[in-house]
Write a protein that binds this ligand. Structure first.
Ligand SMILES: Cc1cc2nc3c(=O)[nH]c(=O)nc-3n(C[C@H](O)[C@H](O)[C@H](O)COP(=O)(O)OP(=O)(O)OC[C@H]3O[C@@H](n4cnc5c(N)ncnc54)[C@H](O)[C@@H]3O)c2cc1C
Length: 542
């Protein structure tokens, strides 16, 4: 199991001189080592039994037991937990609304996984209309809902679409930079992807938004990780956090959760049902599911099993994807060997369990059918490899080097089909029968079993042969906590928990089970939209 550290983001920030020191808040009233005056805000709970579990009017629990020792206390109106893509938008909007608030950021710098983003969704933006790109809300909504089996609430999508052009203009006003290209991001359904400057939101979005936050004098507490919400009489009353000061109590009338989901936490990814052997978390490990844990602990509706993820197959023996560089690499890129197409996929029972060209509609769909398998294998021969994947000298070198130096035991070359089966202790007879059936379909010109397009049906008969056991590249997860359209967190009775919001990847209700990357940039479009909405709603609530 491998996890990417946040070091690269930190060093990028240092290069830009955007260190945490630039933003350390000075104005809050820190009652260091305060033990006095905390009783009124301390959550009720049984010290013996852990989580209290008693229900409030909103159906939410009173929450777990308060920490026994508080080292510092701050008072504010709004607490924004997480300063990434959505937290930055929320902070800027809250500042423009003149709300009194503090941002907590676990990392040494702002930006989170938004540092990896390339572009953002919008329809009918000024720039799009100038290019003659016009798309109706109804078209987006129908194309989205049909891919989620109409389980999403269309009102969320209408909201995102209708506000998207305004959000681009708002971003521009804050200093966000786009490179002027609007396209369908490597073959998506519609040209909705507004690329950030240099194709990187670390340059086009995060950097200018950090400057905006700095100019607006936003109070950010860095290296401060919230770990528990405070409830008082069924209403949110703040959060506890760990920082260099020790355990800190933040008293707040409203809290926005913006911690980035749980895409960096292998334990929660496993809980969602994914096999984490050879898991590669592409994003930051700071997306650890802290909001999911804090919110469900006080009775928020657990949306994890409904929520979606951006996930791709990968072959552990090959170099991990660097998506800025390798997106279109024919070996380990988005459409490389693991993505399927002209190969055969089988599970641990040697069954062909889905058609292998699912990526043609939605790249991310590829992993969904195999999630409940014990193992997923891809099989191909030398001709398929040469024709579709090792099509350049660099690609061939990447593959050959990986095969020669494989320490993961996940990529095997053999002279016979039987040897492929043996390599992974698969049932030889069943394996051969599946390959024979697949070859028969290929030769007949029609995949009457699963309907894969004829040009991707290529018989596996030109040795040497290859088999790879696939793992996952997990990019991010969207929406572990249920919210309404105003981004208020819902309890198990689907009633809002007063004062609690979830934005960005923490509370994204736009998808079901699979992230539709083929509607390009909607995650980031939602981060800006949800951040602004929560700030505006909280301003009315306070
Ligand atoms: C590799 C990669 C590429 C992507 N590309 C795109 C793209 O091109 N387009 C797109 O639409 N989306 C893309 N995404 C999705 C992307 O994750 C989101 O759009 C966006 O970054 C999410 O914003 P967020 O605010 O929810 O989370 P983040 O931006 O990750 O911010 C969360 C912040 O919360 C902080 N935090 C976490 N826990 C705590 C805590 N307990 N206390 C305080 N702070 C905490 C984190 O340190 C982080 O700074 C990509 C994601 C990845 C990983």
């Amino acid at each position: 199991m491998e996890k990417k550290t946040t070091l690269s983001i930190d060093s990028e920030a240092d290069e830009r001189g955007l260190s945490r020191r630039a933003f350390l808040g000075l104005s809050a009233t820190a009652a260091v080592a305060a033990g006095v005056g905390l009783t009124a805000c301390a959550p009720k709970g049984s010290a013996e039994s852990g989580a209290d579990g008693s229900k409030t009017d909103s159906g939410a629990s009173q929450g777990p037991v308060a920490p026994s020792k508080i080292d510092a206390t701050y008072d504010t109106d709004l607490l924004i937990i997480g300063g990434g893509g959505s937290g930055l938008a929320c902070a800027v909007q809250a500042s423009l609304n003149k709300t009194k608030f503090i941002v907590l950021e676990k990392n040494t710098m702002l930006g989170g996984n938004a540092n990896f983003v390339e572009g953002m969704f919008a329809i009918n933006s000024k720039a799009a209309l100038e290019k003659g790109i016009e798309i109706t809300t109804a078209k987006i909504v129908e194309d989205k809902l049909v891919r989620g089996q109409h389980r999403q609430n269309a009102a969320f999508w209408i909201d995102l679409c209708e506000k998207s052009a305004g959000n681009i203009e708002w971003c521009l006003e804050q200093g966000v930079l786009y490179n002027g290209v609007i396209d369908n991001y490597h073959g998506g359904l519609h040209p909705t992807f507004h690329w950030f400057k240099d194709g990187k939101s670390s340059v086009g979005y995060v950097k200018p938004m950090i400057k905006r936050v700095e100019d607006l004098g936003v109070e950010v507490h860095f290296e401060t990780a919230a770990f528990q919400l405070i409830m008082k009489d069924g209403v949110i009353a703040g959060a506890y956090a760990k920082s260099k000061q020790g355990t800190v109590q933040y008293n707040a009338k409203a809290v926005v959760l913006a911690t980035g989901g749980f895409g960096g936490n292998p334990e929660l990814i496993a809980k969602q049902g994914w096999n984490t052997e050879h898991l590669f978390c592409v994003g930051s490990e700071n997306a650890a599911g802290d909001a999911y844990k804090m919110a469900t602990e006080i009775g928020a509706k657990d949306f994890m099993q409904e929520s979606s993820q951006s996930i791709l197959y990968m072959i552990p023996a090959l170099p991990k994807i660097d998506f800025h560089k390798d997106a279109l690499n024919p070996v380990n890129g988005y459409f490389g060997i693991a993505a399927g197409g002209p190969v055969l996929w089988v599970n641990e029972n040697c069954e062909r369990f889905t058609r292998e060209n699912l990526t043609e509609d939605n790249l991310v769909l590829q992993c969904i059918p195999g999630r409940d398998n014990k193992a997923n294998y891809t099989i191909f021969d030398q001709k398929i490899l040469d024709t579709f994947f090792t099509t350049t000298a660099d690609a061939k070198k990447m593959f050959d080097d990986a095969l020669a130096n494989d320490k993961t035991g996940t990529l095997v070359k053999a002279n016979s089909i039987a040897e492929l089966a043996k390599a992974f202790e698969l049932d030889e007879k069943a394996f051969k029968a599946t390959v024979d059936r697949y070859n028969e379909l290929c030769k007949s010109g029609a995949d009457v079993d699963l309907g894969k397009t004829a040009e991707k049906m290529i018989a596996i008969e030109n040795g040497p042969y290859y088999i790879a056991k696939m793992g996952y590249s997990f990019f991010f997860e969207t929406g572990g906590v249920a919210t309404d359209k105003e981004r208020r967190v819902l309890d198990n009775d689907k009633k809002p928990i007063p004062g609690l919001y979830a934005i960005g990847n923490d509370g994204n209700m736009n998808y079901r089970h699979v992230y539709t990357i083929n509607m390009p940039g909607t995650a980031m479009g939602n981060q800006v939209n949800s951040g602004r909405e929560a700030a505006n709603h909280a301003a009315d609530y306070l």
